[in-house]
Design a protein around this ligand. Sequence first.
Ligand SMILES: *[C@@H]1O[C@H](CO)[C@@H](O)[C@H](O)[C@H]1NC(C)=O
Ligand SMILES: *[C@@H]1O[C@H](CO)[C@@H](O)[C@H](O)[C@H]1NC(C)=O
Ligand SMILES: *[C@@H]1O[C@H](CO)[C@@H](O)[C@H](O)[C@H]1NC(C)=O
Ligand SMILES: *[C@@H]1O[C@H](CO)[C@@H](O)[C@H](O)[C@H]1NC(C)=O
Length: 416
Amino acid sequence: MFTDDVLLEICEKKMSRLKTFGIFTAGGIAALTCSQAFQLYPFKIGDSEQLSVKLEEPIPKLDYNKKYDFTNSINESIFKLDQWRVANTIPGYVIGISVKGRNVWLHGDGFADIENAIPCTPNTVMRIASISKSITAALLGKMLEEKKVYKPIREYLTPEQFPDKTWEDKKVDITLRQLVSHIVAKPGTKYVYTTYGWTLISAVMESQMKDKNFSKAIKSFVNELGMKHTFVDENSPIIYNRASYYMFNKKTGKIENCPSVDNSSKIAGGGLLSTVGDLLRFGNLMLYSWKGTDPFGRPGYLDSKIVDQMWTPVETTFKSNSFGGYGIGWVSIRNESAKKAFAAEPRFSTLFYHSGGAVGASSLLIIEPEKEIVVAFITNMLSAKEMYRIVYDVTEIFSKQISGDSSLKIATTSTS
Ligand SMILES: *[C@@H]1O[C@H](CO)[C@@H](O)[C@H](O)[C@H]1NC(C)=O
Ligand SMILES: *[C@@H]1O[C@H](CO)[C@@H](O)[C@H](O)[C@H]1NC(C)=O
Ligand SMILES: *[C@@H]1O[C@H](CO)[C@@H](O)[C@H](O)[C@H]1NC(C)=O
Ligand SMILES: *[C@@H]1O[C@H](CO)[C@@H](O)[C@H](O)[C@H]1NC(C)=O
């Protein structure tokens, strides 16, 4: 679907938005190539190259290390993570944290492969499982911006691809809106989480693609977003730094290898592999799309209104659940739903996240928009216990340090 023409069109739209923001002179626009326009997120500590898009005004030089001293938070987090890893017999994990668009900590511990004693590092690639839904939702968001896939799904699929459905003896129209928020089992009235629903979504998306190949489209999409270590979960390709997957055998009390599986039927809803670095990049792309601009005033990748819709919990979902609420490919904790999600004492007033569970892997991607923290977590353990608790704990440690440290404000005009 992302033919050169479509890309060019998106790029031109983006350039005109950049112009609207008054960032570029005519010469500046000519100097900034399309590919650079897509390379805006996120920034790494000390990686000034990432900041050197040709702007009319030079971006202020920031002393990241001085402004972002997270030594104490990192130390405290390592202790907690280590404790959690041992207590729950976790083979290995990788965590990544970014604050205000910059990666401040990437850390792996334990083993990516126990048999060969390969340690987990920030380069380790693992199944991200259902976080794939959030990435599919972003591609869907792009298609919605382009006014594709707006109609009932019936109009995109043949009766052979998707037969008519009835509920309570009446024929029902299944809509994309119901599918993306998991309210399709009892259409519009009840939340029932379904990964198969996302396979159907990808069939609808595929119908609007030039070569009708979702797998190919999602590969080209993550590539466009600069997620260079994100792959479709296929067994045969050699994927460097791919972890092995494990599960706990209750009978023997030991960790075991998971069998190899072919889950190619759920690429859209749970079939991608990635690294925490790529997930942070994606999280920041969502966050600053939502906010409209990044910390340097540059425009987001997706339309802010579309991301806001993705992050608005559908009432049906937060009425029937205790986790907050589901938007579009994201769990959204906002306003009233926050109280429900965190019971008596909300840890965060606003939080957008998706978790994942696959054969031999568990994952969590969290966006805390108020302090602009993104946390990515992957582990090669089936149904990793207490994962939410530990990742929330670490997020809270960083969040508290930011609250208590006024030097963390980003200087947008600066001579220092
Ligand atoms: C790191 O954290 C541990 C546990 O919270 C604490 O005992 C230790 O003193 C800390 N070390 C440093 C250098 O701050
Ligand atoms: C879709 O594209 C992938 C390459 O990304 C290719 O391996 C696969 O065979 C294609 N599927 C179909 C049904 O053509
Ligand atoms: C993934 O593969 C496993 C093993 O074949 C299977 O049990 C599971 O149902 C598959 N998941 C999906 C969503 O298709
Ligand atoms: C949450 O509150 C904000 C204002 O604080 C409001 O604009 C928004 O519509 C509310 N969202 C939901 C889902 O109730």
